[in-house]
Design a protein around this ligand. Structure first.
Ligand SMILES: *Cc1c(COP(=O)(O)O)cnc(C)c1O
Length: 402
């Protein structure tokens, strides 16, 4: 092996042949991918547009300023920082801008749908901050009243909302009011639902939150990276300083250019149609599971959860691995009230952001539910399922042409 590009052939085949249902994944456009792989990677540009530590940034400045302006336009914020290398970095930077080590963050735990960086014992977040959690109710919805009560008890410096495996719309306005009553900052991590927000299919947190962090590669369909939004000059200064020199060095200007391209795409009518399709496909698939007798969460977003333990007597871990044999890619996931270990889980998470980018229709979304159900219920072998999957994927768009 003397040329890593040879691996691209196998990975292109894998992406085209299978059905990608991981809720955090998507397929970026050709333009986004070209900018990621462009000569912009060659340039050092520590600092921000107009205030750089190195010379030769005249073109870079225009690109990054455009990315900032477009981010503000897409989400209706006054300020944006487009430099975070990832969603996790965006959260680390935002915490550092708002908090001192030892301050308390009130969040939803990973088990209930939060993210590692929201205070998991294995994440930096629990090492530097005290973590308290609010919870879901028995139906799997955020317990807003419980949240208000816990906020009064633990007096957090920051309340965090925005999750990785939550299938319902989040009432940011309501949580923002609770934060205000308790003198806490309100931070929203919209990593998963940024695309839905951009297209107007989910309440926008920007008017209610002090800081909003995001990824750009999930429903937003851009390059792998992070983003931070806010509405005041003072907050923007804190965030920029926590970003550079606080936690990062030179920004990835190739990725920032690709972010600008993804924001341009998010402003088109076609993108709104795309997100509409994502939400409709997700709902159609979840409803088909229900018709087939499986226990699934409801959905108001791009994802839902299937209780594999109750529906098929199988852990999420086993379901994930069985489906992988049939070229169906998804992940095991804890479900509300889960009694299994996080490494096993009682469920799987299914999302339609990626497949909808490849032109998945309602009919296909229902067929996906039927294949998964048949495999997990032991009605068909993974070999038969694989043939059905190949028939479906061969009719979807080639991932190199989007
Ligand atoms: C995906 C995700 C992140 C982290 O993004 P990375 O780019 O993988 O670091 C942060 N928060 C939430 C809610 C996420 O879903």
């Amino acid at each position: 092996m003397d040329d890593l590009r040879l691996f691209l052939k196998d990975e292109t085949k894998r992406q085209n042949e299978g059905l990608e249902l991981i809720a955090s994944e998507n397929f970026a456009s050709v333009k986004v991918r070209e900018l990621c792989g462009s000569i912009l990677t060659n340039k050092y540009a520590e600092g921000f547009p107009g205030k750089r530590y190195y010379g030769g940034c005249q073109n870079i400045d225009k690109i990054e300023q455009l990315a900032i302006d477009l981010a503000c336009k897409v989400f209706g914020s006054k300020f944006a920082n487009v430099q975070p290398h990832s969603g996790s970095s965006a959260n680390m930077i935002a915490y550092a801008a708002l908090l001192n080590p030892g301050d308390t963050i009130l969040s939803l735990s990973l088990d209930e749908g939060g993210h590692l960086t929201h205070g998991s014992p294995v994440s930096f977040s629990s090492r530097y901050y005290k973590i308290q959690h609010y919870h879901l109710n028995a139906l799997g919805h955020i317990d807003y009243e419980g949240l208000a009560k816990i906020a009064q008890e633990v007096k957090p410096q920051l309340i965090l909302a925005g999750f990785s495996a939550y299938p319902y719309e989040i009432d940011f306005q309501r949580i923002g009011a609770i934060a205000k009553e308790n003198g806490a900052y309100f931070m929203v991590d919209m990593a998963h639902i940024a695309g839905l927000i951009a297209a107007g299919y989910h309440q926008n947190p920007v008017p209610f939150a002090d800081v909003v962090t995001s990824t750009t590669h999930k429903t937003l369909r851009g390059p792998r990276g992070g983003l931070i939004l806010c509405n005041t000059e003072e907050m923007n200064k804190k965030i920029n300083f926590a970003c550079f020199p606080g936690h990062q060095g030179g920004p990835l200007e190739n990725i920032i250019a690709a972010k600008a391209q993804c924001f341009l795409e998010a402003l088109t009518p076609e993108y709104k149609e795309y997100i509409k399709g994502v939400v409709e496909n997700t709902k159609a698939c979840a409803e088909r599971f229900q018709e087939l007798g499986a226990t699934v969460s409801g959905t108001q977003t791009h994802l839902f959860l299937v209780d594999t333990k109750r529906s098929y007597g199988m852990t999420g871990y086993d379901a994930q691995h069985l489906l992988e044999e049939a070229l169906i890619t998804l992940n095991k996931n804890m479900i509300p009230g889960d009694t299994e270990k996080p490494s096993k889980t009682s469920g799987i998470r299914i999302g339609f952001a990626a497949l909808t980018t490849r032109g998945c229709t309602l009919e296909t979304a229902r067929a996906v539910a039927e294949i998964i159900h048949a495999v997990l219920a032991g009605q068909i072998s993974t070999e038969v399922a694989k043939r059905r999957v190949r028939r479906i994927s061969s009719k979807l768009k080639d991932v190199t042409t989007l």
